[in-house]
Design a protein around this ligand. Sequence first.
Ligand SMILES: Cc1cc2nc3c(=O)[nH]c(=O)nc-3n(C[C@H](O)[C@H](O)[C@H](O)COP(=O)(O)OP(=O)(O)OC[C@H]3O[C@@H](n4cnc5c(N)ncnc54)[C@H](O)[C@@H]3O)c2cc1C
Length: 427
Amino acid sequence: MQRVGIIGGGWAGMACAVEAVRAGHAVSVFEAARNWGGRARAVAATLPDGNEVLLDNGQHILIGAYTASLDMMARVGVDPHEALQRVPLNLRFADGTGLSLPLLPPWLDRATRRIAPLDVLAGVLGARGWSWQDKLSLLKTSTLWQRQGFVCADHMTVADLCVSLTPRVRAELTEPLCVSALNTPAAQASGKVFLRVLDEALFRTPGGSQLLLPRFDLGALFPDAADRWLRDRGARTELGRRVRSVEPAGQGWRVDGETFDRVVLACSPWEAARISADIAPTWSATADALAHEAITTVYLHGDAALPAPFLALRSTSEAPAQFAFDRGQLGGPRGLFAFVISASGDDRELLQRQVMAQAREQLGLDGLQPVLTVIERRATFACTPGLVRPPIQVAPQLTACGDYIDGAYPGTIEGAVRSAIAAAAAL
Ligand SMILES: Cc1cc2nc3c(=O)[nH]c(=O)nc-3n(C[C@H](O)[C@H](O)[C@H](O)COP(=O)(O)OP(=O)(O)OC[C@H]3O[C@@H](n4cnc5c(N)ncnc54)[C@H](O)[C@@H]3O)c2cc1C
C-alpha cells in the first residue's frame, strides 16, 4: 500500500482517487475550492421569484462515447440512466431545419456500427432544408475520412478538413460540432483531434453520438458522490486546502510538509506548472504554454418552454450562443434556460444582452429575465493543430492528470477521466 496525495478535486482528481483506493492505496485528496468538481461543478443561484436553485458553472453535455466517465459515475453509485437524459444527436434549429439522427434499435446499432453508422446515413439523407448537393458533399467527405482511418496531417485545421463541404453543411454541422467538442473555432481547431472524436462517437461506440443531458447538477453527477464513496472507504478528502508546494522527500514527495510515496497533480495546468516549476522545468513549461478558450453560460428565466430540451441556434458574432437548453425539461424549474457560448468573448453585460435578443429573435422567447451569467475564462485548452500537451509522468513517483494531459480527447470530462485512470494505473 502506498500513501498517495492527490492535488485537485475536479473530475480528474476524484476519478484518480477512486481508482487509487480500488488499487488498495491510502489516499488523500486536497481541493483548493469550497466544493468538489473544479470546472464541472454546481453553483447556487436565485431565480427572479426568490427561489434558490442549484445551477452549474457551465451547462455541460456528455455523449454516449464517454464510456470511461459513465463507468466512473456508476462506480460511485450514480446511475447514468437516471442522471442523464439520452437523446439522439440533434442539430435542428428552431425552424425545424438541420440534421437529426434517428435512434436505432440497440441490436441494429451494434451489428452495423463498425461498417456504416446507419443513424448517420439516415440523418444525412433526411436532413431538413439541405439540398442534394449538401447531402452528397457530406457523404463523400465523411466516406473519405473513414477510408483514411479518421487521421490527417498534424498541421491541418478543421476548416482545412472541411473545404469540400458546402457552406450550409459547414455552418449547420461541422462548425457547431467542432466548437462544442473542441471549444475552438474550426479555423483554429485541430483536424486530427476532431476526426478522432468523430471516429469514437460515430463508429467505435454504439450510441456514441447520442447526447447525454444532465438531469442532476454537476456536483451530484460525480464529484460529490465520489467524495462520499472515498470517505466511506477511509480516504481523506479536504476542501478549502490549496496546496502551495511539492518538494522531494527521499523516494517520495512532501506536500506542504506532509510526506507521500506518490503524488498526483490533478489541478489546473497553470497550477501544475507553478508547483512543478523547480522539479520538472520542461514539463512545467509545456503545461504553462497551453492557451485557453472561454465558455460562457447565460441562464435566463421566463414563463415559457422550448419544443425540445436542447436546440441548436444560429450563431453569429451578434447572436453568440450556439445551443439552448430548457432546464425545465431536464429536472430543473420550469422556465429556466441555459444558453451556451463556446469559445466566447468576456464582456458579461454584452453577452447577456446579445443572448436575450437572440432568444427573442430565434426562439420567440420574450420577457426573459437574467438569472446568472458565468464566464469561465480558462474553460479548456485551445485545441489547435500540432499542439504539444504534457505527458502523465512529471518526475519519478510524481504524475499528473487532467483534461489537458496528452491523450485522445480534447478538453472534456472524458479526457479528464481517462487521464485519471491512466495516472492511477501508473502509481
Ligand atoms: C463552462 C464549461 C463548459 C464545459 N462544457 C463541457 C461539456 O459540455 N462537455 C465536456 O465533456 N466538458 C466540458 N467542459 C470541460 C470540462 O469541464 C473539463 O474538461 C473538466 O471539468 C476538467 O476536469 P479536471 O479535473 O481535469 O480539471 P479541473 O476541473 O480544473 O480540476 C482541477 C481542480 O484542482 C483544484 N486546484 C487547483 N489548484 C490547486 C491547488 N494548488 N491545491 C488544491 N487544489 C487545486 C481546482 O480548484 C479544481 O477543482 C466545460 C468546461 C467549462 C468551464
